[in-house]
Design a protein around this ligand. Sequence first.
Ligand code: FDM
Ligand code: MG
Length: 212
Amino acid sequence: DDKTSMARGSLIVLEGLDRSGKSSQCAKLLSYLQSNGFSVEAWRFPDRTTGIGQMISSYLLNESQLDDTAIHLLFSANRWEKRALMERKLKSGTTLIVDRYSYSGVAFSAAKGLDLQWCKAPEEGLIAPDLVLYLDIPPEKAAERGGYGNERYEKLEFQKKVAEYYYALHDSSWEVVDGCLKMEVVEEKLRELTMNCILKCQNGKPLVNLWS
Ligand code: FDM
Ligand code: MG
């Protein structure tokens, strides 16, 4: 019937270290897709606007302390509280460009010393991204880019560990893009990969859950 023949949107996630260019590239991709007539929204995790998101934000700003396990589960819960809306958007044909997702969730917590498999468990059942665009940049290079802010995790030694765990999580949904290339070159590559993905999803690529 008509409902099933409607083309779905794509779940496209940008991942990478702090200062890898994710947020700028998300904004560029959003306006490119909008100007080409696509139904598209930009999301980000953590979503600091919810109750859980506010707890996460105060933790990141060092205004509160939380057990590593507890904050890991809050980051995950922050995705779970958006899951139903995410599925509705995708099924109604809207593409979502998401700045960070489960891969950040696992890589950052594992870098603190939590077990990798344990970190992955609460993400199971969230919607799997159709495409993960990983902006690859050496941690030292990222640190040089105007410096980090004052949030927890924005330190070179920690970012090096995060990078190692990101590589361990790399799967078939990933496209690694050299984040050291000129901004316009990165932008063009992301556009191309995104358009391919949107077409595949429109042509019936099924929506599946993590970790597949
Ligand atoms: N972060 C982000 C996590 O530790 N776990 C998560 O699940 C997510 C989504 O939060 F340092 C970390 C990554 C980063 C910090 O992210 C805030 P932004 O993109 O700088 O707001
Ligand atoms: Mg940050």
